[in-house]
Design a protein around this ligand. Structure first.
Ligand SMILES: C[S@@+](CC[C@H](N)C(=O)[O-])C[C@H]1O[C@@H](n2cnc3c(N)ncnc32)[C@H](O)[C@@H]1O
Length: 377
């Protein structure tokens, strides 16, 4: 199978898959390949925090033109996979000297599926691009065509708890990845002092309390497949998770509206008792204990003047140095110029993408005497 993710999160996703019992786990670009059975596929969808979708290959063949593709697609028994009454959609990715238009190959594949049903039943299933019952992926690399079924349906970042968002919410999968990369022990306090709609806080509290990320979702793609094993999936859903009560997750934000939205989302995830919220600017917020982890996503300054955002990042650096002794601070930002004004020596740096924005994800270890640098350094 293939689990897709964001660039930079492949290793954490591979670790998650290994922990779930996946075999032959191999990281590739923005995806992880692995082996497993139907149960693992259900588990992967329900438990993976850093996967966007899980795909199951159903056929691989060679084709050098549209007619060969049509013939091969017709060899698959589609009636075994879904029924005439269900809608379907095809996503195609083509990287081939033999096929130039991904839309055209998808159309040819659609014809092959529809014709097969029509020959058998004199009726055809219909295509629906949004919210289709069945999603099929076609990948063509040179003359190798792979057909995969999308077992997730709607992207797995849609956990189901976020009903409202502030202006620049983090993707849930990215937030979970950032927390996992930070190596947070799930016992010491985790703080996001610029929490916006609360994504990092919710993902952290779900992790610490062992709440599966799929718990609040209404549906997964595999539930529409003809081979869906409802009993098996129910067993997975009903497994007890270990509740852990002494975890502290703290959030604050200068914006009253942001905190109101965060409150709503946190309540949707039934985590109101596990997350402490405050309306406060970071300048006036004091961390609750001596040691802990900060995972945060400050503004990148796209809507404000350059000198203002640089000055704000300097304030952040000064505040971290002054009040966060004993903390590991993890911060994501696309603003490389502003990052220099934090003026602290990072001990770790990696590239992550927040949507289209290439970001740096940095770690600052704050301890007595940690270096405060001047921006030019
Ligand atoms: C990029 S958003 C964070 C989005 C958040 N990660 C989410 O998923 O919704 C940045 C947040 O920083 C907050 N912010 C800006 N200046 C601040 C300050 N001085 N103190 C605290 N929060 C601040 C904004 O109100 C905004 O909610």
């Amino acid at each position: 199978m293939v689990a897709k993710t964001f660039k930079g999160l492949e290793d954490v996703l591979a670790k998650e898959l290994e922990d779930l019992g996946a075999q032959e786990v191999q990281t590739k670009n923005r995806m992880v390949e692995f082996n497993g059975d139907k149960e693992l596929m259900y588990r992967a969808n329900y438990h993976l925090r850093t996967a966007l979708r899980v795909l199951k290959p159903i056929a691989e063949f060679k084709a050098k033109n549209e007619n060969e593709l049509y013939e091969e697609v017709q060899k698959i028994d589609w009636d075994e996979i879904f029924s005439l009454k269900q809608t379907f959609a095809i996503d195609s990715v083509v990287n081939s000297e033999f096929f130039s238009h991904s839309k055209y190959v998808a159309l040819k594949m659609k014809d092959a599926i529809v014709d097969q049903f029509r020959d058998k039943y004199k009726k055809r299933p219909f295509v629906e691009t949004e919210n289709s019952d069945i999603r099929i992926n076609l990948h063509i690399a040179h003359d190798v065509c792979t057909i995969l079924l999308d077992s997730s349906g709607e992207s797995l970042h849609r956990r189901g708890y976020r009903t409202k968002a502030t202006k620049a919410p983090l993707n849930e999968v990215l937030a979970a990845g950032m927390i996992l990369i930070s190596g947070w022990d799930k016992k010491s306090p985790l703080i996001d002092p610029m929490c916006g709609s609360g994504t990092i806080l919710i993902e952290a509290a779900m992790m610490a309390n062992g709440i599966p990320p799929g718990m609040y979702r209404e549906k997964f793609g595999f539930e529409n497949w003809k081979d869906f094993d409802a009993d098996l999936f129910e067993e997975i859903v009903e497994e007890e998770y270990e509740e852990c009560n002494d975890v502290y997750v703290y959030g604050s934000d200068v914006s009253e509206i942001a905190i109101r939205i965060a409150k709503r989302n946190i309540a949707n995830a039934s985590l109101s008792k596990k997350i402490n919220l405050l309306i406060k600017p970071i300048e006036g917020y004091e961390p609750p204990s001596k040691n802990g982890v900060v995972v945060t996503n400050p503004p990148y300054g796209e809507r404000i003047k350059k000198n203002e955002i640089n000055a704000f990042y300097k304030v952040l650096g000064d505040k971290f140095k002054q009040s966060y002794n004993g903390y590991n601070i993890w911060m994501i930002s696309s603003n490389n110029d502003a990052i220099k004004h934090v003026g602290l020596q990072h001990s770790h740096k990696m590239v992550l993408f927040n949507g289209p924005l290439e970001c740096r994800y940095l770690k600052y270890e704050i301890y007595e005497g940690s270096k405060k640098m001047i921006p030019s350094e």
